[in-house]
Design a protein around this ligand. Sequence first.
Ligand code: NAD
Ligand code: TYD
Length: 354
Amino acid sequence: MRTILVTGGAGFIGSNFVHYMLAHHNYKLVNLDALTYAGNLENLSGLEGNPNHVFIKGDICDEGLVSKLFAEYDFDTVVNFAAESHVDRSITHPEIFLNTNVRGTQVLLEAAKRHWSEEPDNKHCRDYCEGVRYLQVSTDEVYGALGKTGMFTETTPLSPNSPYSASKTSADLFVRAYHETFGLPVNITRCSNNYGPYQFPEKLIPLMINNCNCGKALPVYGDGMQIRDWLHVADHCSAIDTVLHKGKIGEIYNIGGNNEKANIEIVKLIIKTLGKSEDLISYVQDRPGHDRRYAIDNTKITTELGWKPIYTFEQGITETIQWYLNHRDWMEHITTGGYQNYYQEMYGRAKTSL
Ligand code: NAD
Ligand code: TYD
């Protein structure tokens, strides 16, 4: 039985990953999450009493806590989702991104290196326990922006443009350095934009669904012609699961489903599905340094590891819109701040374990 440290497992992708892994494997998952504004224990509802899931409220930058958890649970795998993830917030508060995304990653790498090393006192030790693996969940944004043509491959030069992507790139370079210098068994996955259940409504798709539902203006940045390559979160989770089981140590895998859409197309699709008027669209000032286009070349993971996405964009977006319509209370708890009371209640009652 594997014991996996999942960090950031109360956020959007992390919580989907926790549900996915518990449904597909008999592994123990220890979910370490600081419950920032983006962490929501309601994303984990239904897991109360599941012996394979332990929730710990804590910060990945807390060396003492991370090292204590390694000693207590003897993890053989780390999957690091914990991060500040919103580009707009990184423009107003870059320092928080530097701390969590870079320093936090280095704390996890160091703890893994020490705990998994066969000779803990030998700083140059390159021998690790059998079967251990550190997986860094990264993003296609580390490659910067594309023009009208071309796609990101794993060898595209790193060229981040926002404080968010700069922090994710720095973290990737630390992961690489721990592999090259110390031989730590690592993988990095770089995925395109995700959509699906439990996404915090500051991101494009849930924000537009919620505003549209409430008859509020839909803020489209610039001309709305920026392109993102969308992947359903369940397909991202299955790709990470594939890399954990079949990925070659030290390798980077791009993850994407060949679904390039302009932002305005998505906004119009949401309006149409919800039967609202395009008059709700409000073109607003563009994001500074706004990347024009992302597109992932997924040849490596599809041909070498046999992964492929299940969702078409049409099916995924229809189900996702329906999910938000069916979970209005979830959305309302976030927009009113009530979800924070919920986690205080839950955390107070459950201490560290859900
Ligand atoms: P999210 O913002 O929804 O969730 C982040 C989670 O991390 C939250 O639960 C938060 O409480 C937790 N967290 C933040 N700081 C922490 C800290 N210091 N210690 C412990 N926990 C902390 O983000 P997401 O969209 O689920 O993204 C998860 C990961 O996937 C990130 O690393 C992100 O860079 C990457 N990623 C996201 C996308 C996307 O489209 N959302 C695409 C590719 C890669
Ligand atoms: P976002 O969901 O923030 O993801 P990212 O910036 O990491 O790609 O934004 C997706 C795209 O939608 C991006 O081009 C910015 C744009 N956008 C808007 O036009 N309006 C909005 O209100 C938001 C949140 C995003």
